[in-house]
Design a binder for this molecule. Structure first.
Ligand code: AMP
Length: 288
């Protein structure tokens, strides 16, 4: 696996890689912030299965962290990540420094209005502006045909889908299913912040989502019933502080009441200083 540290080196390496492949199934790209787990590797595996070649990036993007968030302590495990990416079959890894990505005085941002202020965007102002800006830069540097993101970050997927559509990026955005631990906890680089007790109690998130999902099938249920059921479960958990328990349209992230056209059921909660998110997608529901 080749490792590129500069933008110009990466641009050239990706151009060469594209030229050297059959160019039938395209170049796949998986952007990450490192501290890789099986969720990240499932994106690489999907890209590997669907593309001629796969490139990845590791960049802890300061612009998507708010003041007082975990940018400084975010886990960084470069050597181990490289080993994982190499055995997963990644051809090129882009791992720039912050100074390489953001030249002094850079003042251009990408803002996906509206969607960026909902769900995680409401609790983390400026977060999706940072995400959209870095993803545009990475797309311009890599020039992928397909880009892989985790459905675990459902709001991020909605923001980036809108961005790709609005700005006519020639990139197919593919959302991959959430990888979970055996007990159902969604995998996350931030799970390691949890104490043993918090880790155990964090299962309430996936349990609350399962409750909402089965409730949705019951006659007479609507989005409000689901929200209330999730809140009741979450609020019974003393170590947890609810950020949101939402039932929204998966594309616009706006609250919905009627479930008949499907829904995104999404949760965010704090365990001490650790913020965890999880969600499930509900297909169209018909009550007979
Ligand atoms: P991150 O390194 O947290 O920025 O994540 C990089 C990519 O991996 C994003 O597209 C995430 O949505 C995705 N990802 C993170 N956790 C999971 C998971 N448990 N299952 C699937 N994809 C994930």
């Amino acid at each position: 696996m080749r490792i590129c540290r500069t933008i110009s080196e990466m641009q050239q390496a990706c151009r060469e890689l594209k030229r050297s492949t059959a160019q039938e199934r395209g170049l796949g790209f998986v952007p990450t912030m490192g501290a890789l787990h099986a969720g990240h590797l499932s994106l690489i595996a999907a890209a590997r299965a669907e593309c001629d070649a796969v490139v990845a990036s590791i960049f802890v993007n300061p612009r998507q962290f708010g003041v007082g968030e975990d940018y400084e302590i975010y886990p960084r495990e470069f050597e181990e990540d490289c080993r994982k990416l190499e055995s997963a079959g990644v051809e090129i890894l882009f791992a720039p420094t912050v100074d390489e990505m953001y030249r002094p005085g850079a003042t251009t941002f990408v803002e996906v209005e509206g969607i960026s202020d909902r769900l995680d965007g409401a609790s983390r102002p400026g977060h999706f502006r940072g995400v959209a800006t870095v993803v545009v830069k990475l797309f311009n540097i890599v020039g992928p045909d397909k880009a892989y993101f985790g459905q675990k970050d459902a709001a991020q997927v909605a923001v980036l889908r809108a961005m790709v559509r609005d700005l006519n990026f020639p990139v197919e955005l593919i959302a991959c299913a959430t990888a979970r631990e055996d007990d159902g906890l969604a995998m996350s680089s931030r799970n390691r912040y949890l104490s043993a007790e918090e880790r155990q109690r964090a299962l309430v998130l996936s349990h609350a989502l399962e409750t909402a999902k089965s409730l949705a099938k019951e006659k007479g249920s609507n989005a409000q019933t689901l929200r209330e059921a999730m809140l009741q479960k979450l609020k019974a958990e003393p170590l947890l502080r609810v950020d949101y328990a939402a039932v929204v349209d998966a594309d616009t992230l706006e609250p919905i009441e009627d479930l008949s056209n499907g829904a995104l059921i999404a949760l965010a909660a704090w365990f001490g200083k650790t913020r965890l998110i999880d969600n499930v997608l509900l297909g169209p529901v018909t009550h007979v």
